[in-house]
Design a protein around this ligand. Structure first.
Ligand code: TZP
Ligand code: MG
Length: 213
């Protein structure tokens, strides 16, 4: 079973000049449980190269943390990733399944109860509920759903639910209490002075609600 508790989403432009693979390595030390590579600006070759480096890092560490690729089923398949994350305007889940069969986890971004119910019916493995709070990291988001949005989607689907958007150590516990299985963060880890410590602090907040550690 996948542990979605603390899900890192990368962004090289928010990493203060540091290498994405180094950030991922630090975040692993801090206790992340999933990593999604999200590269919106580089070439396909750069994306593949980065995915291979992270795959290699996870393999060297004998880590079971799933590697998830944003947007690109082809990049996920080519690099031995564990999953792909798709938005409402990316490839349809059913087309992604045609390409990937059961070899990839498929996560879907949802902005409403209706999106979540449809994603579940179409065979998603998890949903990313977006955005839970306002965030400067992504400009084309729907209005924030808030904790009430998490609760409504939690009541409507039984899929694992990962919240994203404006999440930090101050609000992570409340999101888990509202029914999310995990929190996904970009800037709270990749822009932190110490990504490992930032991940550790988030993990403590999540564990304070879920238990474990
Ligand atoms: N999808 C919905 S909001 C978002 C993404 C990728 C950005 C979240 O970034 P941050 O810095 O954790 O608010
Ligand atoms: Mg997308």
């Amino acid at each position: 079973m996948i542990d979605y508790s603390l899900y890192l989403v990368t962004d090289r432009h928010l990493s203060l000049g540091r290498d994405t693979v180094d950030i991922v390595q630090a975040a692993i030390r801090g206790g992340i449980t999933c990593v999604q590579l999200r590269e919106k600006h580089g070439s396909t070759r750069q994306f593949i190269e980065e995915a291979r480096q992270v795959r290699n890092l996870l393999d060297c560490l004998a880590s079971t943390i799933p590697l998830i690729i944003n947007d690109r089923v082809d990049v996920a398949l080519a690099t031995g990733a564990d999953g792909v994350h798709l938005g409402q305007r990316d490839m349809d889940i059913r087309d992604a399944r045609r390409l990937a069969g059961s070899s990839l986890l498929i996560g879907i971004s949802v902005e409403s109860v209706d999106d979540a119910v449809r994603a579940e019916a179409e065979g998603a493995d998890y949903v990313g509920v977006s955005p839970v709070f306002a965030t400067p990291t992504k400009s084309d988001t729907a209005p924030p759903l808030g904790l009430a949005g998490i609760q409504a989607i939690r009541a409507a689907v039984s899929l694992p639910l990962v919240a994203i958007g404006g999440i930090n150590a101050d609000n992570a516990a409340a999101i888990i209490r509202a029914g999310a299985d995990g929190v996904a963060v970009v800037s709270a880890i990749v822009s932190a002075a110490c990504p490992a410590q930032a991940a550790r602090t988030l993990k403590e907040q999540i564990s304070s609600v879920k238990g474990g550690g």
